[in-house]
Design a protein around this ligand. Structure first.
Ligand SMILES: NC(=O)c1ccc[n+]([C@@H]2O[C@H](COP(=O)([O-])OP(=O)(O)OC[C@H]3O[C@@H](n4cnc5c(N)ncnc54)[C@H](O)[C@@H]3O)[C@@H](O)[C@H]2O)c1
Length: 242
């Protein structure tokens, strides 16, 4: 359930907005009253009045997009990183180029968006929030996911370091760790692992997929609770209790 007005007037910049989770976040944030800036490598049409094509690995473009959105919206309160990529390979077959690609988007891309967000918030004395979408793969590594797990562990480390660095300025930084949300990324997962959805959710206490709206609820809580920082919260139906 989305609480109407929970983000009333809040200026929210979202990456990965054309993706499965991102589209759902865009819808939920808008329903909660946010002024939304939507960005994705694929232009996120129909997600927000302010929507732009953006590659998160291009630092200059990321900085320009955050500045442009904040100017158009009259400020910046919350930045959410939901852009990401996944692939699968046994470590003996994993190409170094693929390792670098996944680290580049998931870890470096998140760093560049966080850096641009921090620069803007510090320059304008904004006591805002940053939420990085990591994964339960950022807490426990699984077979064929060495590169993806390494990238998500990096996101959690980045989140913790920035939480300490930016806390004196009133900025909170947290990570969301989704479990299984039915999106194109998970469909690729099922094909690559030759698994059924039932097998994928078997380790969960609550045996169903999570929804983008449930991801949005957790992000809105992280934004609202000003004592919460440096946390990586699993919204995974009770797969891991940490
Ligand atoms: N779906 C899940 O169950 C699940 C579980 C854990 C973590 N996650 C994480 O949630 C986030 C969203 O995943 P999803 O399931 O919606 O995947 P998705 O593939 O549906 O969406 C990912 C989006 O990121 C965008 N993107 C990729 N590279 C980009 C780049 N360089 N610049 C800008 N945008 C780029 C894609 O265009 C796509 O729209 C990812 O970070 C993913 O790792 C998802």
């Amino acid at each position: 359930m989305i609480i109407m007005g929970e983000l009333d007037g809040q200026r929210v910049f979202l990456t990965g907005a054309a993706g499965g989770i991102g589209r759902g976040l865009a819808e939920a944030f808008t329903a909660a009253g946010a002024v939304l800036g939507a960005a994705d490598r694929v232009e996120p049409r129909g997600t927000a009045a302010w929507a732009r094509q953006l590659d998160v690995t291009d630092g200059a473009a990321v900085g320009a997009a955050i500045t442009a959105f904040a100017a158009a919206a009259g400020g910046l309160d919350l930045v959410v990183n939901a852009a990401g990529v996944i692939s699968f390979a046994p470590v003996v077959e994993l190409e170094a180029a693929e390792w670098r690609r996944v680290l580049e988007v998931n870890a470096t891309g998140t760093f560049l968006v966080d850096q641009a967000a921090a620069r803007h918030m510090l320059a304008h004395d904004i006591k805002g929030s940053i939420v990085n979408v990591a994964s339960i793969s950022g807490k426990v590594g699984d077979p064929t996911l060495a590169h993806y797990a390494a990238s998500k562990f990096a996101v959690i480390g980045l989140t913790q370091a920035l939480a300490r660095e930016l806390a004196p300025h009133g900025i909170t930084v947290n990570a969301l760790c989704p479990g299984v949300v039915a999106t194109p990324m998970i469909e690729a997962n099922l094909k690559a692992w030759i698994m059924t959805m039932e097998q994928l959710i078997a380790p969960q206490a609550i045996k169903r997929t999570q929804t983008p709206a449930e991801m949005a609820q957790a992000i809105m809580f992280m934004h609202r609770c000003r004592a919460l920082t440096g946390q990586s919260i699993s919204v995974d139906g009770g797969t891991y209790f940490h």
